[in-house]
Design a protein around this ligand. Structure first.
Ligand code: BGP
Length: 464
């Protein structure tokens, strides 16, 4: 029998985001964000045509949900503030109903002994900001800083862990390269500009935090996706390095070390992809790095050297530099189609320890999505998600090993507390410790993994 015990002050909890859980998308003064808008325009792009207004009703049910979190052993919970709920136009007027709501949520968490980790941006650009260009427009960077400052002023005394953004590379990829998020642009140069401004917005939010003399820590949540080459041949290794540069180091280096990797700048320059910058930005980046890093990990990226060069006239895309590699025999999640590679979580933590000043970090999302999960319900109505328990256990073992080897990892948050609405996939893939029955008033029921999580969090570990 092996024992996996974690430090006494380890953060156990889960993560969620405003758009995916709140619902109440068009009431109490909330402005539209790009999801509300895109759904109105193209409902067919969403699984079963379900839009964000159908999210899990946290707006009404937050008291019940927080009581359940407490029951499931949470000592911390990551939520996000909806920019368009707090500031319906993205700038200017603040919505009093939103201020009220977030104060109530924070109070409820604190009273339940659950530390709120608060994120400012989880893919939810206010429509008014997108209409002036979103992250492509530098004015939006300034607006984000002002929004962040407002949040610190309003909620700072109740929150000591802040995050500027969740997975900022995702809006770059999904919104400006691969047609999966609004505004559905496919243009590498514009994508680079979006990424640059989003990184700048994060640094400027940190600047506002420090200027407001706040007492807590501020960081960013990044989806670090380790890039593994098909083989040790130079061409494969080079391909994997380029994927790592684009999708990991772009945000990781600037967030932790205060500058973009030189290799990335050279590569972008060579292909005429450099963004428009201002000279003072460099100082902002180097002065305002993060105190704390959240790591979201789901699956690795497997990469091989390009077998056929792209057509010389084809518009340039990241895939001009590498090919995805379907590694034979890799373990797949049979219910969602993503690879499961537990050791990846360890490789990330050791990389942070060795190459990123052992920055203080925690696992901010890790989870297993399952389609049609109702089929696993037993006679008593509890979803028997043993596959998810195994998934968590297998990852936690590697987190534990990294901890033993000196990684500065302070906690583990699963994705997610309850089944929620997800971007284009709506309710297709369920991830919760708690299920949500959409046909029965969004009724919550704890899954087997929820009970398991409670034991692990309460005992600070588990045996196998
Ligand atoms: C992460 C996001 C989450 C969540 C999760 C699962 O990238 O931060 O918001 O959606 O992925 O992804 P999906 O719901 O698409 O399966």
């Amino acid at each position: 029998m092996s024992q996996y015990t974690f430090p006494n002050d380890f953060w156990w909890g889960s993560a969620a985001s405003a758009t995916q859980t709140e619902g109440a998308a068009a009431i109490d003064g909330k402005g539209k964000n790009i999801w509300d808008y895109w759904y109105e325009q193209e409902p067919n792009r969403f699984f079963q045509q379900v839009g964000p207004s159908e999210a899990s009703r946290f707006y009404e049910a937050y008291q019940t949900d927080i009581a359940l979190m407490k029951k499931l052993g949470h000592n911390s919970f990551r939520m996000s503030i909806s920019w368009s709920r707090l500031m319906p136009n993205g700038t200017g007027e603040v919505n009093p109903a939103a201020v009220n709501f977030y104060h109530h949520v924070l109070d409820e968490l604190i009273n339940a002994g659950i530390e709120p980790f608060v994120n400012l941006y989880h893919f939810d650009m206010p429509l008014a900001m997108q209409q002036i260009g979103g992250w492509e427009n530098r004015d939006v960077v300034e607006a984000f800083q002002a929004y962040a400052r407002t949040c610190f002023q309003l909620f700072g005394p109740k929150v000591s862990k802040w995050f500027t953004q969740n997975e900022p590379i995702v809006p770059v990829e999904a919104g400006y390269l691969y047609d999966m998020h609004y505004p559905n642009v496919v243009d590498f140069k514009r994508a680079v500009q979006v990424g640059y401004h989003s990184a700048l917005a994060s640094a400027k939010a940190i600047q506002a935090y420090k200027e407001e003399r706040q007492q807590g820590k501020i960081g960013i949540i990044l989806n670090v996706t380790p890039s593994y080459p098909r083989s040790s041949h130079a061409a494969d290794v080079k391909a994997a390095k380029i994927a790592d540069l684009f999708f990991n180091r772009s945000f990781l280096d600037v967030s932790v070390k205060g500058e973009f990797p030189k290799e990335l700048i050279q590569l972008l320059e060579k292909h005429d992809l450099l963004p428009v910058t201002q000279t003072e930005d460099r100082v902002i980046f180097s002065n305002y790095t993060i105190d704390l890093l959240g790591v979201n990990y789901y699956q690795p990226r497997r990469v091989k050297a390009k077998e056929y060069a792209a057509h010389p006239d084809a518009p340039i895309m990241p895939e001009h530099f590498f090919d995805a590699y379907d590694m034979p025999g890799r373990k797949m999640n049979p219910y969602r189609g993503w690879e499961i590679y537990e050791k990846g979580i360890y490789d990330i933590l050791i990389n942070l320890k060795d190459n990123y000043n052992n920055v203080e970090c925690f696992i901010s999302e890790n989870g297993m999505g399952v389609e049609n999960e109702q089929r696993f319900k037993d006679d008593s109505g509890i979803i028997q998600d043993d596959y998810r328990i195994d998934f968590y256990k297998d990852h936690l073992k590697w987190v534990h090993k990294a901890l033993e080897e000196g990684a500065n990892v302070k906690g583990y948050h699963v994705w997610t507390f309850m089944d929620n609405w997800s971007w284009m996939n709506a309710y297709k893939n369920r991830y919760g410790l708690v299920s949500v029955d959409l046909n029965n008033n969004a009724k919550r029921s704890i899954k087997k993994s929820g009970y398991w999580f409670k034991d692990v969090a309460t005992n600070n570990g588990f045996f196998t």
